[in-house]
Design a protein around this ligand. Sequence first.
Ligand SMILES: NC(=O)c1ccc[n+]([C@@H]2O[C@H](COP(=O)([O-])OP(=O)(O)OC[C@H]3O[C@@H](n4cnc5c(N)ncnc54)[C@H](O)[C@@H]3O)[C@@H](O)[C@H]2O)c1
Length: 246
Amino acid sequence: MRFDGKVALVTGGAGGMGASHVRGLAAEGARIVIGDVRDDEGRSLAAELPRATYCRLDVTEEEAWKSAVRTAEEAFGPVDVLVNNAGIVHFGGVEEQSPEHFRRVLEVNLVGTFLGMHTVLPGMRARGHGSVVNISSAAGLIGFADGIGYVASKWGVRGMTKAAALDMAGTGVRVNSVHPGVIRTAMGENASPGLFARQPVPRIGEPEEVTRMVLFLAGDDASYTTGGEFLIDGGQTVGHLGHARP
Ligand SMILES: NC(=O)c1ccc[n+]([C@@H]2O[C@H](COP(=O)([O-])OP(=O)(O)OC[C@H]3O[C@@H](n4cnc5c(N)ncnc54)[C@H](O)[C@@H]3O)[C@@H](O)[C@H]2O)c1
């Protein structure tokens, strides 16, 4: 199996796409630390899986990151794979979004991802291998109305991924970003169906479809891939179909 003997830490792993990534990694033999703020869901998912444990990890808290890495090392060994998946959205355009909501979205999505890399990458560098998968969004490639903070955070994750990939040059550690379109989770189901109705693959995406890409990037199949941005959006960001179709 692709992740036999590997240790993976997945943030926001208790629900939504994170839970799908956890299941996918587990099915491929990984030992997993699920980090989230949803303790009940996280614990019960860990209990379902053969080699998994739950750890409360609010990604905005530096100390919680240190403790999550310690949990991983004590339970399974050093972290080989980090999936920075935790994220939130507050809808609101540039005029309506409160500065508090804007800051909170940046704190979780952008600062949380930074703290994850900041905490985990030194160990990966020392061991000469590792893979980080940062979950950005189609909103990290184009603009969307009514999501000013979210768009800012996801563009930031995309840029930070490239900077970190360069910081890790020559170390054997890879860092990539994944850019999902509208995916069937609590967050995705809030999006308007108009967002995906006119894209080349005109349907909502399934979490498992994103998981397959995350697993590719997390593992050795992607050994020549770093600093990359990987779209999984049903073609949402390609362009408009135009007027030829009804
Ligand atoms: N669903 C979509 O359409 C979509 C599209 C593009 C990108 N994304 C991104 O994919 C990722 C997963 O989203 P999802 O759709 O599964 O959302 P979700 O709301 O279903 O799940 C998000 C998870 O993150 C956790 N979380 C929230 N704040 C946290 C914090 N401070 N610390 C730790 N965990 C925290 C939640 O408890 C939850 O388990 C997010 O980064 C999101 O921005 C989602």
